[in-house]
Design a protein around this ligand. Structure first.
Ligand SMILES: Cc1cc2nc3c(=O)[nH]c(=O)nc-3n(C[C@H](O)[C@H](O)[C@H](O)COP(=O)(O)OP(=O)(O)OC[C@H]3O[C@@H](n4cnc5c(N)ncnc54)[C@H](O)[C@@H]3O)c2cc1C
Length: 491
């Protein structure tokens, strides 16, 4: 990676560490390592390190990127580094589109403030890239055109869909007035619908601040001696950062312990699925942590309703029963059952159902489920060869994290340029993703994996062990790496 960007990343990290009264040297000593490897190891890649050697392609064509969040803006930046005469337009309506969403968990746990994660789109538009501050409402892939909410029609030779996803709070009965939300923005409707009586969600930036306020209120209640129920949900849809619903639970637990209020609190996790994590090794490790911390959990519970007045969360609970003998299949039938379960709460953290933006889902570019159907390795649309997609909106297994985007955007750029040059698409995304699972204030389990459904650690260390060094990386290194590495197209 270019020294200029390493310097910027390290200086941001040093400023941050200085706020904690720590130098980078001290931090590394505490982490038990000797070089800068920990801070940079996960951040760089061979292709980024070779950046200066990149020969720019003379390929021509008008590239339009819809969505200027992490995926869209990083892709735009990398394209400018790889094309000699780029013609790139990014369409992005949201002023704070590049804000650092992984930090919302830390805001929710009272470790950072909202200001620590707010970043303006206009400060991150790569040189030479045109920005259109409008929202696409219509896609016309037959004619290679998009239309915005202001009526602007923009044509393209190549289209990249990077719209992220919508938070579907309105699907939960009792929260209909919340509507659909995105992570950035004022989200006033949502905050009003959640109210001030214990319901919260770190899935928006403003909601993360509210989570911390509500958490403190109910920790104080537990400290006063009142038995207090803390509930955490995980919905039936794919979600961005599958670890976040648990991370906020661990942080609540840490804050309760810190306040000396843990014995009056009951923390219960209600996931829609039947496991803690899709990778058996991480599932086992998390189960061990849950037992150690005296958490409760109920699998196959999907939050469908909130009775705000009586403070009851309503779940659709599913299970299977053995049915009659089937002489044809020579086995017992399996009968799926479900029922409504009503659970009282004091504090309810909601991870909302998530789906592709309506304008994408309902266009010819969306799949039946809404997400953009792409070849999972090349990231090219399965029907329109001049369309690509990446990030949260792409229909890629296990791919909804910034860590996945960091691998995807380089593959996409290589393949798009190959297509522009009339060559075959050779770059392949292998499904890598990463979840720095915060398990306490000061410890993180770095769960890295890919489509092999096996842990794929970048470091020769047991990946199921919770470590202080990963906490340091999560809190001090990943943000500068994202903001000054990825968003410059280099990390
Ligand atoms: C609480 C939380 C914790 C997380 N923790 C982690 C973590 O620890 N590690 C990790 O790797 N990832 C984490 N993530 C996930 C990560 O932030 C996302 O995967 C990443 O931001 C996806 O990037 P994206 O560009 O696809 O979407 P976004 O960054 O959401 O950007 C999408 C952009 O598209 C724009 N857009 C939408 N529709 C339109 C339209 N019609 N026209 C024009 N523009 C449009 C939006 O305004 C938005 O700016 C976390 C996320 C959350 C919410």
């Amino acid at each position: 990676m270019d020294n200029k960007y390493i310097d910027k990343m390290l200086s941001e990290m040093d400023k941050d560490l200085a706020k904690q009264g720590m130098s980078r040297r001290d931090a590394m000593k505490l982490a038990g390592i000797t070089g800068a490897g920990m801070f940079m190891g996960g951040a760089t890649s061979a292709s980024a390190a070779d950046e200066n050697k990149t020969v720019k392609s003379n390929a021509k064509g008008k590239i339009v990127i819809v969505g200027g969040g992490l995926a869209g803006m990083s892709t735009a930046a990398r394209l400018t580094l790889n094309l000699s005469d780029p013609d790139i337009t990014v369409i992005e309506p949201q002023e704070l589109s590049v804000s650092y969403q992984p930090g919302q968990t830390l805001v929710g746990g009272g470790i950072w403030d909202e200001d620590d994660i707010a970043y303006k789109r206009d400060d991150f538009v790569p040189d030479g890239v045109k920005i259109v501050k409008e929202k696409v409402i219509l896609f016309n892939p037959q004619e290679n055109k998009v239309t915005t909410d202001k009526g602007t029609v923009i044509s393209y030779d190549y289209l990249i869909l990077a719209t992220g996803l919508h938070l579907d709070f309105e699907r939960i009965r009792g929260l209909e007035e919340a509507g659909r939300a995105m992570s950035a923005g004022d989200n006033e409707r949502l905050l009003k619908a959640l109210g001030d009586d214990g319901i919260c969600s770190i899935y928006t930036a403003k909601g993360a601040t509210k989570t911390w306020e509500q958490m403190q209120k109910y920790i104080a209640q537990a400290k006063s001696g009142k038995k207090t129920k803390f509930l955490f949900t995980h919905p039936s849809t794919p979600v961005k950062c599958g670890g976040a619903p648990k991370k906020i639970m661990y942080l609540t637990n840490a804050r309760l312990k810190e306040a000396g209020a843990r014995e009056n609190a009951e923390l219960t996790f209600y996931p829609n699925g039947g496991a803690m994590f899709g990778i058996p090794e991480y599932h086992d490790a998390i189960l061990g942590q849950f037992k150690r911390e005296d958490f409760k959990w109920h699998y196959r519970h999907n939050l469908i309703e909130v009775d705000k007045k009586n403070k009851i969360a309503v779940f659709d609970a599913k299970w299977q029963e053995k049915g009659p003998w089937d002489p044809v299949l020579k086995d017992y039938e399996v009968i799926p059952k479900h029922e409504k379960v009503r659970v009282p709460y004091d504090f309810l953290h909601i991870t909302p159902p998530q789906l592709a933006p309506r304008e994408v889902a309902e266009s010819d570019l969306g799949s039946a489920k809404g997400w953009v159907p792409v070849n999972k390795e090349t990231l090219q649309h399965i029907r329109y060869e001049n369309v690509f997609s990446l990030g949260d909106v792409a229909q890629v297994p296990m791919g909804k994290t910034g860590g996945s985007v960091r691998k995807q955007y380089k593959v996409l750029v290589d393949n798009l340029i190959a297509l522009m040059n009339g060559k075959t698409l050779e770059a392949k995304y292998a499904g890598y993703t990463v979840c720095p699972l915060i398990t306490d204030i000061g410890t993180v389990m770095l769960a890295e994996f890919d489509w092999t459904v096996k842990p794929t650690p970048s470091f020769p260390l047991d990946p199921t062990v919770e470590r202080w060094m990963w906490w340091l990386m999560k809190v001090h290194a990943l943000k500068p790496m994202t903001m000054y590495g990825m968003l410059s197209g280099r990390a």
